[in-house]
Design a protein around this ligand. Sequence first.
Ligand SMILES: [Zn+2]
Length: 64
Amino acid sequence: MVIRFRDYGKRLADFEQEILVRCPQCERSAKVLTVNSDKSSLSSIKRITCQHCSYTKQQSKDDN
Ligand SMILES: [Zn+2]
């Protein structure tokens, strides 16, 4: 698995990560973008996007 960090020219305080995973729809490489919106809590939002089949899904930890 390849893990990449994309630098948008911001500091690490923004805590955005891009992780390559397998798309649940077409089983090709998709990206998981994790955004820790509040660093004082464990809440985070995960957004899966696939460039191959346009699959997108957004998931919040609060949904669990
Ligand atoms: Zn896909």
